[in-house]
Design a protein around this ligand. Structure first.
Ligand SMILES: NC(=O)c1ccc[n+]([C@@H]2O[C@H](COP(=O)([O-])OP(=O)(O)OC[C@H]3O[C@@H](n4cnc5c(N)ncnc54)[C@H](OP(=O)(O)O)[C@@H]3O)[C@@H](O)[C@H]2O)c1
Length: 317
């Protein structure tokens, strides 16, 4: 098939494009920068330069590709965050721009896809930290979201999910990825990533009982699930996470060990709240994880790293 990937040069796009090419698809990869065209070519795709926030440029880029499927992997999360941003990420440039990419750029790509008669649209969403803090530790796509979530950017994510899954001119799928880890995931759990430094310095403690349940996914597995979603699966939302959602108190010591760090310290909940704020404390103590049963059942996806235990030991990169 002809597949148009917006965000071909991002952490997910760089894994996805070669996988699509290996599966026999003809890929056009979008970037803002003329200087990144060689990177796109190196991945096996034809580059096209356009700013996702410019509707005319997007329409032209998509029209030149005549895709059957459009993949939306646009974020702006690689920008540096200051300490102040970590307390109030919603005020940072990275989040403001990512919100625009999840709303305005989604609209631009959907309009362009409709205009050229694309029949499928697959978009990046984010699953972690969003479920209502009721019920069991692991939740499905059908479970309610937290109405009081202070997770920054939630409105934009909801907008994207609704806009994509409600299209009538084609099949829209929104993939709620877990937390990425592995090569290139520099703001996440990579050895050179933003979290690795504090973990090595024992400045990433287990807060309270460390009962917040996180769902992880290796970047290669996230890309494979996306490549499959390009080819099949009913419209709707899919959790793309590994088989083992786990509380922070379980996975953080294993990650610290994989990074060659001492075990994390423990701090009481009140101290966590004082130091990092309520939202960050809830992530460490209260949040729920996500089930991947639907993605495995309906997409036939099997992660190569079914657990972060294997992934942290062998797949951090
Ligand atoms: N689920 C998760 O845990 C998750 C999800 C996403 C990201 N992250 C983390 O966030 C960090 C940054 O992600 P990233 O490496 O993918 O980088 P990024 O800076 O978020 O960029 C992602 C993609 O969006 C494209 N893009 C951004 N703005 C654009 C615009 N206006 N027009 C056209 N294209 C635009 C970029 O293309 P060009 O730069 O080529 O123009 C790039 O291909 C990584 O560490 C990653 O692990 C985590």
């Amino acid at each position: 098939m002809k597949v148009f990937v917006a965000g071909a040069t991002g952490v997910l796009g760089r894994e996805l494009v070669p996988q699509l090419v290996a599966r026999g698809h003809e890929v056009v990869g979008m970037t803002r920068s003329a200087s990144k065209q060689d990177l796109v070519r190196g991945l096996g795709a034809r580059p096209v330069v356009a700013d996702a926030l410019d509707p005319d440029a997007v329409a032209q880029a998509v029209a030149s590709a005549e895709p059957e499927v459009i993949v939306h992997q646009l974020t702006a999360l690689s920008g540096k965050m200051s300490i102040r941003d970590a307390r109030h990420p919603e005020r940072s440039f990275a989040f403001t721009m990512t919100n625009r990419l999840r709303t305005e750029a989604t609209d631009n790509l959907l309009a362009a896809g409709r205009a050229v008669g694309a029949r499928r649209f697959v978009a990046q969403s984010f699953g972690a930290f969003r479920f209502a803090r009721t019920g069991g530790p692991v939740q499905t796509e059908a479970d309610p979201l937290d109405p009081d979530s202070r997770q920054p950017g939630l409105e934009a994510i909801l907008y994207l999910e609704q806009a994509v899954t409600m299209i009538e001119w084609g099949e829209g799928l929104a993939l709620r990825y877990g937390g990425f880890y592995g090569p290139g995931t520099s703001t996440s759990l990579a050895p050179d990533g933003v979290m690795a430094g504090p973990i090595r310095k024992r400045r990433f403690p287990i807060v309270g009982d460390g009962g917040g349940v996180w769902s992880h996914v290796h970047i290669e597995d996230a890309a494979t699930a996306t490549a499959i979603a390009v080819e099949r699966g009913q419209p709707g939302i899919y959790n793309i996470v590994d088989d083992e959602p786990a509380p922070v108190r379980e996975w953080l010591p294993v990650l610290a060990s994989a990074l060659g760090a001492q075990p994390p310290r423990r701090v009481p909940r009140w101290l966590g709240r004082l130091a990092a704020g309520e939202a960050a404390t809830a992530m460490m103590t209260d949040v729920r994880g996500a089930s991947n049963e639907k993605a495995k059942r309906e997409l036939g996806w099997q992660p190569r790293y079914p657990s972060w235990r294997l992934g942290f030991a062998q797949g951090l990169g």
